[in-house]
Design a protein around this ligand. Sequence first.
Ligand code: KIV
Length: 253
Amino acid sequence: MKPRRDAIVALTAYDFSFARALDAAGVDLVLVGDSLGMVIQGHETTLPVTMDEMIYHCRCTAAGLERAVLMVDMPFMSHISPDEALRNAGRLMKEGGAQMVKLEGGREQSEVVRRLSENGIPVCAHLGLRPQSVHKLGGYRVQGREQDAAERMCQDALALQGAGADLLLLECVPSDLASRITGEVDVPVIGIGAGAGTDGQILVLHDMLGLTPGRIPRFVRNFMLDASSIQEALALYADAVREARFPAPEHGF
Ligand code: KIV
C-alpha cells in the first residue's frame, strides 16, 4: 500500500463483535492494543496487562476477522530479552492467532526485533510516546519536539527497520517529524497524533466512538457525532483516512 500511496486504515479492537464490525467496515489493520488495560479493565495505565490477558483478547478478536491483518501488543516486560520476546511473541501467534506483534522501544530493541524477524514473526515497532514508559517519560507527552530527540527518533526508526521491523507506529510526534520519518524509511508508518503525513492512521476504538470519559486527546475525533450507528461511524473514519480528511491540522502537533 505504501508505494501506491493507499492510506492504511487501522483501529484497535479487543473482542469478537467489534472485530467483526471493523472487518465489515473495511479496516485494514486491527490492533489488540494493551490500551485494553485502560478501556476494558479500567486501569490508569497499560502496565498491569498480562500476557494471558493479551492472548485471551487476541483470540476473541481473531474470531471476528476475515480480511483485516491482526496485530497484537507485547505487554509491559514481555520482551526484556530476545529469548523472552520470542517465547511470548510465539504464544501470541500460536495461542492468540496474531499475524504481527507490536512492541514499544527504540534502537535498544533491535536485537529483539531481529530475533523475532529471523523466526518469521512480523514486527511493528512503536516509537514516540510509548505508554509503557509513562513513568520514565513523566507523563503522556508529545515526543521529539527538540532537535536532538527528533534526530534520535529518526535513527531509531532506521535501526529498527534494519533489524527487520515490517511496520512502524508513531504516537504523539510532531507532524513534520512524522512526515520526515515516513519519507526516510521503506516500511509503512502508521500514526496516532502524528499528523497526516504518515502512510496510515490508527485510533483507539473507544476514543473515536466517544466512549472515553474525561479529557479527549487533541488527536482524537469522535466519529459518532456525525453517525447514527457504530457501523456508520467506522465507515466515516475509514473514508476520512482514505480521503486524507482525517487527521486535520488541528489534530496534530
Ligand atoms: O495500545 C494501543 O492501543 C496502542 C495505540 C495507542 C496505537 O498502542
